[in-house]
Ligand binder design. Structure first.
Ligand SMILES: *Cc1c(COP(=O)(O)O)cnc(C)c1O
Length: 230
């Protein structure tokens, strides 16, 4: 077995154990394999193990990988910070964007989404760590952004995403993820139908699953440590 295959088996076992520990159905948690900085060959190895959904943070790198892997039927999720001058290739090539943090980006993605493709599935990224993190929409601004995004014709608002500050404190991890879940529940109580919490990474996926994650975004535990500092 390649190490990617063995790592994937271990990650799926962690997800299953975390679901069992809190009485959730393991089918309710999807694994997004975060392949940023890794080669097309690494993605191909993960795809050979049955993975279909891959997360990327750098537009040019992702587009090059997609063309190398065009023979596979993969779903690409954009999870990184998105500048307005890079929205077009994202609108044209990705199935999901998890990192919507302002209306201007959402408007551009909607305008640039080709008609031949289904609507782009999107999550709003929320800054649940306050000062400790700079990316994401402030929790107080999420409802207004969600209302505006939900009105865009070529986007489908699926839920919320967060990247809490790295911490080994399990209680703190749980609090951050719980705050995202509470925000989602509040929005759904106000009439939204958000079915996705994108939260949990290699080091904290158990805490995220305990708080209701539907998509965990895992890179290091599958592909190994990245050399780039991100
Ligand atoms: C890199 C990245 C991940 C994966 O993190 P790991 O710690 O390698 O599992 C998840 N989400 C986002 C937004 C990322 O940028």
């Amino acid at each position: 077995m390649t190490s990617i295959a063995a790592n994937l088996q271990a990650v799926h076992a962690r997800i299953a154990a975390a679901c069992a520990a809190c009485g959730r159905d393991a089918a309710a948690v999807r694994l997004l394999a975060v392949s940023k900085t890794w080669t097309a060959a690494a993605v191909r190895a993960a795809a050979a193990c049955g993975e279909r959904a891959f997360g990327e943070s750098y537009v040019q790198e992702a587009v090059a990988k997609m063309s190398e892997l065009a023979d596979l039927d993969l779903a690409w999720h954009f999870i990184g910070p998105l500048q307005s001058n890079k929205t077009r290739p994202v609108a044209e090539a990705f199935a999901w964007v998890h990192s919507i943090d302002r209306l201007k980006i959402a408007e551009r993605l909607s305008a640039q989404r080709p008609d031949r493709l289904p609507p782009l599935q999107v999550c709003i990224e929320v800054n649940v760590s306050g000062e400790a993190s700079k990316s994401g929409c402030a929790p107080a601004d999420v409802a207004a952004l969600a209302a505006a995004v939900a009105g865009l014709p070529r986007l489908r608002l699926r839920g919320l995403m967060a990247i809490p500050e790295p911490s080994d404190d399990a209680a703190l991890q749980r609090r951050r993820f719980a705050s995202l879940r509470t925000l989602r529940d509040t929005l759904n109580g106000a009439g939204f139908a958000l079915d996705t919490l994108s939260m949990g990474m290699s080091h904290d996926l158990e805490a995220a699953i305990a708080e209701g994650a539907n998509i965990v975004r895992v890179g290091t535990a599958i592909f190994g440590a990245r050399t780039k500092n991100d």
